[in-house]
Design a protein around this ligand. Structure first.
Ligand code: COA
Length: 176
């Protein structure tokens, strides 16, 4: 069996090279039409500001940041937001699951999800929550991996080019 064309690791410090790679992945996803908080036209400056905020959260221990790298650099990423209210110490939000278009449909999304679930367990979190645009590629991925669909919130967000889109909320009980 061939080895995966990527490796996945947790990064604790976002250095300049990682920052550049993360910016590239986010821009590629938004330009590819992904509804992940940002509108077009999307600038490098806004992407950098986003990742610098994430980097501060990582440094503060409030976020787990995983990256996947192939021979060209970072090609995917996902986060766990650990900074939840004190009455939810067992919970985390899964956020910004992004795979560069060059690395899609090879199983990297599924591998990142499994890595995020392992990282959550290592952090003592056993309940994960996420939301995603209804009807998108990610929705199928989460269902395939056993995440439970809670429901749909109509008109929750905008697609990067303007139209409203619904959002589906999922959870995963890692004790199940
Ligand atoms: C959603 C997303 C993360 C999926 O990443 P991915 O790496 O393509 O995910 P996978 O490869 O695990 O699965 C994608 C598809 O490829 C298929 N696949 C996986 N390995 C494969 C292989 N070796 N050969 C052929 N197909 C394969 C999967 O069955 C799946 O099929 P489906 O689309 O019919 O359901 C990616 O499309 C993405 O980043 N989208 C933009 C950002 C986004 O919307 N993020 C979600 C935010 S909540």
């Amino acid at each position: 069996m061939n080895a995966s064309p990527w490796s996945i690791r947790r990064i604790h410090v976002v250095d300049d090279a990682a920052l550049d790679g993360l910016i590239d992945v986010l821009i590629d996803c938004v330009e590819g039409g992904a509804s992940v908080s940002f509108m077009l036209p999307f600038t490098r400056e806004r992407a950098e500001a986003f990742w610098r905020r994430v980097a501060r959260g990582v440094a503060a221990g409030e976020r787990v940041l995983l990256v996947a790298e192939d021979e060209r650099g970072i090609c995917g990423t996902v986060q766990l937001v650990l900074d939840v209210p004190e009455n939810q110490p067992h919970r985390a939000d899964l956020a910004k699951m992004l795979v560069h278009r060059r690395a899609r449909r090879l199983g990297l999304g599924a591998a990142l999800m499994r890595a995020a679930e392992s990282a959550a367990r290592e952090c003592g979190r056993n309940l994960l929550v996420l939301d995603t645009v209804t009807g998108g590629d990610a929705e199928r991925l989460y269902e395939r991996l056993g995440w439970i669909r809670v429901g749909v919130i109509p008109r929750y967000a905008l697609m990067p080019d303007g139209p409203e889109c619904d959002t589906t909320v999922f959870y995963r009980d890692l004790r199940a």
